[in-house]
Design a protein around this ligand. Structure first.
Ligand code: FBP
Length: 329
């Protein structure tokens, strides 16, 4: 018959598990179903447009950003195993006064990724990453290397709503079946193709990219990279990542003049997608180093991001004039 996300989690659970983790994940599935319902009817309710405030990123918050953030904070806050929540929309972590034996997890998330696409009905998403609490201080507990992630995933609100998830044992995709209101297993053991035919970056910024990026993108455009490439850029990280996961190729958000450290956030954008990419046989770098090995210094830290199929990422590294990283075997 069907395997729901909850069934999959229970099947993956170790013997004697408390059930806290699967109950925690049900907070994410509930909140993302609430967000999905608002997005589906966005044009019919007063949920489009700006909410009026500026968030910690200096961005104008959209009404759906605010709603998505509240839905996740509410549903996850009810889970006893949650110690702290770090959101793209909140300057500081939201901390729950729970003893270490109860409040075991820290969840970091981007409640609504691709905000600039909300009002034009283009795919947007929610990204999350889960860590074990390893510190009393919530901010420090959130500043763990990506390698320490217990699980990560995203929900893509597109023609269909898809939840893609890993807990370090492969990547699985679940499609929301509106007729039963459940995420149903639709993609087992997802693998990123070793080589793709798409590259994805905001070429409007090309002239401001560091030279190795310019040279590399030029090589994709002029055939020097050994095959023909086409450009695809949706401007919603989750959507551009999902295509790269399924079709292969490379996504790049390099340092630019307006974002010399890169635009995307390490904790709740780069780390979770890097975990999924590597679990699917892909690679994810900050232009030089493995994203998952980076040591975060602050919760809203930004990073350059280069991720995709091994062929494309390794050929990028040649342009970055560094010996190709040892295969991540
Ligand atoms: P948020 O919408 O969560 O702030 O994410 C940032 C983002 O919209 C990414 O989804 C996307 O990849 C990138 O910014 C697009 O940036 P730009 O418009 O500079 O190309």
């Amino acid at each position: 018959m069907i395997t729901t996300f909850q069934q999959h989690i229970l099947q993956q659970q170790v013997a004697g598990a408390s059930g806290d983790f699967s109950w925690l994940l049900s907070g994410i599935t509930l909140a993302t179903k609430m967000i999905e319902a608002r997005i589906r009817a966005a044009g019919l309710s007063d949920i489009l447009g700006a909410a009026g405030q500026i968030n910690v990123q200096g961005e104008t918050q959209q009404k759906l950003d605010v709603y998505a953030n509240q839905a996740l904070l509410h549903c996850l806050g009810l889970r006893e195993s949650v110690f702290a929540l770090v959101s793209e929309e909140n300057e500081q972590p939201v901390i729950f006064d729970r003893a270490p034996e109860h409040g075991k997890y820290v969840i970091v998330f981007d409640p609504l990724d691709g905000s600039s696409n909300i009002d034009v009905n283009v795919n947007v998403g929610t990204i999350f990453s889960i860590f074990r609490r390893n510190e009393q201080d919530a901010s420090h507990a959130a500043l763990q290397q990506g390698l320490a992630q217990v699980a990560a995933g995203y929900v893509l609100y597109g023609p269909s709503t898809v939840l893609v998830y890993t807990s370090g044992r492969g990547v699985y995709g679940f499609t929301l079946d509106p007729s039963i209101g459940a995420y149903v297993l639709s993609h087992e053991k997802m693998k990123m193709p070793r080589q793709g035919k798409y590259y994805s970056c905001n070429e409007a910024n090309l002239a401001t990219f560091p030279e190795p990026y310019q040279l590399y993108i030029e090589s994709l455009r002029n055939g020097e990279a050994g095959r023909e490439y086409s450009s695809r850029y949706i401007g919603s990280l989750v959507a551009d990542f999902h295509r790269t996961l399924l079709k292969g190729g490379i996504f790049l958000y390099p340092p630019t003049i307006s974002h010399p450290e890169g635009k995307l956030r390490l904790l709740y954008e780069a780390n979770p997608l890097a975990f999924i990419a590597e679990q699917a046989g892909g690679m994810a770098l900050d232009g030089q180093q493995r994203i998952l090995s980076l040591r975060p210094r602050k919760i809203h830290q930004r990073t350059p991001l280069v991720l995709g199929s091994p062929c494309e990422v390794e050929s990028f590294l040649q342009f970055a004039e560094r010996p190709a990283l040892q295969r991540l075997a």
